[in-house]
Design a protein around this ligand. Structure first.
Ligand code: NAD
Ligand code: WQD
Length: 351
């Protein structure tokens, strides 16, 4: 039986792009997702895109019997773990859901892995674990800070849980990937970010304005100590991020213990720069208005991605232009996300 990589949350935004990267690199993948924030249509798109049958199981990482059954039926040698709730605002309203799904869910997954002798894990962490940065660019050796919301705290708790696990048993080999701000979509326009309900993140909100579903973009804060007064972030193309997972899996095969890697580009852009780039590339004007600062936002952060460069032989290849072109292609071809079929006729010219 061929070795299989289990991708939890593989029908979601980053998981689906990682599935493509792994399949294209010759991995056999199995996607486990309860579809609480995604759609089965994404799996069909993955199959069209990779010309491969993609094994998919609809189920929850907290279902111990299901996990044991999966580990028995498939020859799994590694797990890439994306399954998580991810809305900062919702985590403030429903902290129990976040701790149960993210922290307890990861615990259940690791217990099932241990029961079934699978010890390689790549985990989706976040730059949110750094809290308010004490040094920019942020390198891994700065240490973790104090995340300012329950979602961020689940990520930090899981990092600590996984670190303890590695210290307890040398068979574990775990990579914690600290993503900065993923945006963009696969260049085919067939898969991309499909947020349910009202989005919170900058690019999905900007897209909603561009396609006329929201009248204007709210820009939170123009009095930050940055060049133009708006917040600065390290936006990273989701395909570069996906390739980072492939590289991490390759390194973990020959490495035991806990490993931390930032996945960012090392370059920051302000909110106004993102709006301007989008307008320049698409020719579409984005009406926006300034509003007070959003609670919990830090003024600026970008990664020092040097450690991932040295240890994973990974650097981000795609620039902001590419991120916006690809995000817009996805949005234009799929105005209803995965709810409608792919509209190839909607492919629009971007400069
Ligand atoms: P997403 O919501 O698109 O994907 C997560 C997937 O997990 C969804 O398909 C959802 O249905 C599934 N899922 C959730 N709980 C589950 C459970 N209990 N059992 C099975 N499936 C479950 O989110 P994403 O943007 O692709 O994020 C992937 C991972 O990366 C998450 O862990 C997220 O916290 C982390 N992350 C995301 C960002 C970002 O800005 N998108 C930044 C840093 C870290
Ligand atoms: C970026 C900038 C906003 C929306 C969040 C999570 C983080 C990680 C990635 C998962 C900020 C501004 C936004 C809008 C705006 N997720 N903005 N108007 O806050 O850096 O990170 O997503 O791990 O944990 O906190 O990303 O895209 O929400 O915001 O002005 O309508 O855009 O104030 O400065 P953020 P974001």
């Amino acid at each position: 039986m061929r070795k299989t990589t289990l991708i939890t949350g593989g029908a979601g935004y980053i998981g689906s792009h990682t599935a493509v990267a792994l399949i294209n690199a010759g991995h056999n993948v199995l996607v486990l997702d309860n579809l609480c924030n995604s759609s089965r249509e994404c799996i069909s798109r993955l199959e069209q895109l990779t010309l491969t049958r993609v094994e998919f199981i609809k189920g929850d990482i907290r279902d111990a019997n299901l996990l044991d059954d999966i580990f028995r039926r498939y020859d799994i040698d590694a797990v890439v773990h994306f399954a998580s709730l991810k809305s900062v605002a919702e985590s403030v309203r429903k902290p129990l859901d976040y701790y149960a799904n993210n922290v307890a869910g990861t615990l259940d997954l690791c217990q099932a892995m241990a029961r079934n002798n699978v010890f390689q894990l790549v985990f989706s962490s976040s730059a949110t674990v750094y809290g308010e940065p004490t040094r920019i660019p942020i390198a891994e050796d700065v240490g973790t800070g104090k995340p300012v919301n329950p979602y961020g705290r689940t990520k930090l708790m899981i990092e600590e849980l996984l670190t303890d696990l590695c210290h307890s048993d040398p068979r574990w080999s775990i990579g914690l990937l600290r993503y900065f701000n993923p945006i963009g979509a696969h260049e085919s326009g067939m898969i991309g970010e499909d947020p349910r309900g009202r989005p919170n993140n900058l690019l999905p909100c900007l897209m909603q304005v561009a396609i006329g579903r929201m009248p204007e973009l709210t820009v939170y804060g123009n009095d930050y100590p940055t060049a133009d007064g708006t917040c600065v972030r390290d936006y990273i193309h989701v395909v570069d991020l996906a390739i980072g997972h492939l590289k991490a899996l390759q390194v973990l095969q020959h490495n035991s213990g806990i490993n931390f890697w930032n996945l960012g580009t090392g370059t920051g852009y302000s909110v106004l720069q993102i709006i301007q780039s989008f307008e320049d590339i698409t020719g579409i004007t984005i009406p926006y208005r300034f509003a007070p600062r959003r609670e919990g936002d830090i003024a600026q952060c970008w990664a020092d991605p040097g450690k991932a460069g040295r240890e994973l032989n990974w650097t981000a290849q795609r620039d902001l232009h590419q991120m916006i072109v690809d995000a817009w292609r996805w949005q234009s071809c799929n105005p209803q996300g995965y709810q409608a079929s792919f509209e190839i006729s909607a492919l629009i010219a971007v400069k």
